[in-house]
Design a protein around this ligand. Structure first.
Ligand code: SF4
Ligand code: SF4
Length: 213
């Protein structure tokens, strides 16, 4: 066998190993992404105005993410899922609901990948498909409803609404008296001055995006 063939074989083995490492990271074996998956990745990239192919997996986004400890796939891996065409896994990831939209990842990315917008686009896509963690959705709605009503979060009414939505009316109820006694919880909400304007913002967003509640 010529030296050229031997070199070629080693190069191919090396590439196969690298490719395998990426797949192993996700615990999946991907031979090729379907056309549907590729189109969906493109749609998510278009909606977020960014390209996942720019990412070279440095991990700076994950290192700066304040909630990565609670994620199943940290930001870097969400991008990797999309690069591999594993868009369904990205849509089902808990991470997209844990993301606090703080933009830290986007600001840290040396390649200009707008990860926060990708997270947002994935959330919207998942919502449109009815794929949402029930707990997360309940919390999200309870939080937003409180902000709409009072212009700010009122923890007590948010917890009541959250528990009601989850059909667990007395969950964490024992914490209430202790928090009240320590001044950490107000029984009555304290609406802000511009709450009507805040409410109008919610109505406008609903009008623009449709009601997913
Ligand atoms: S910081 Fe940017 S380039 Fe680095 S892993 Fe995250 S998305 Fe990829
Ligand atoms: S926008 Fe989301 S993913 Fe990015 S750093 Fe903030 S919480 Fe983490």
């Amino acid at each position: 066998m010529s030296r050229g063939w031997i070199v070629l074989i080693f190069i191919n083995l090396g590439l196969a190993y690298e490719f395998g490492k990426g797949e192993e990271l996700m615990g999946k074996v991907v031979l090729s992404a379907s056309r549907e998956a590729q189109d969906l990745v493109k749609a998510i990239e278009a909606a977020s105005g960014t390209r996942t192919s720019l990412c070279y997996q440095c991990g700076k986004c994950t290192a700066g993410c304040p909630v990565n400890f609670a994620m199943d796939y940290p930001p870097r891996q969400i991008i990797r899922l999309l690069q591999l065409g594993l868009v369904e896994e990205a849509l089902q990831a808990k991470s997209i609901w844990v993301c606090a939209s703080c933009d830290t990842c986007t600001a840290r990315c040396p390649r200009g990948v707008d990860i926060a917008s990708i997270m947002d686009a994935l959330r919207r896509e998942a919502l449109g498909r009815g794929r949402v963690f029930r707990d997360v959705s309940a919390f999200n709605q309870s939080f937003l409803n409180g902000v709409k009503r009072f212009g700010r979060v009122h923890e007590a009414s948010m917890v009541v609404e959250y528990n009601t939505r989850n059909m667990k009316l007395l969950k964490n109820a024992e914490q209430g008296p202790l928090m009240l006694s320590k001044g950490k919880l107000n029984i009555l909400p304290e609406p802000i001055k511009g709450r009507k304007e805040v409410s109008r913002i919610f109505d406008k967003v609903k009008e623009m995006e449709g009601d997913h509640q």
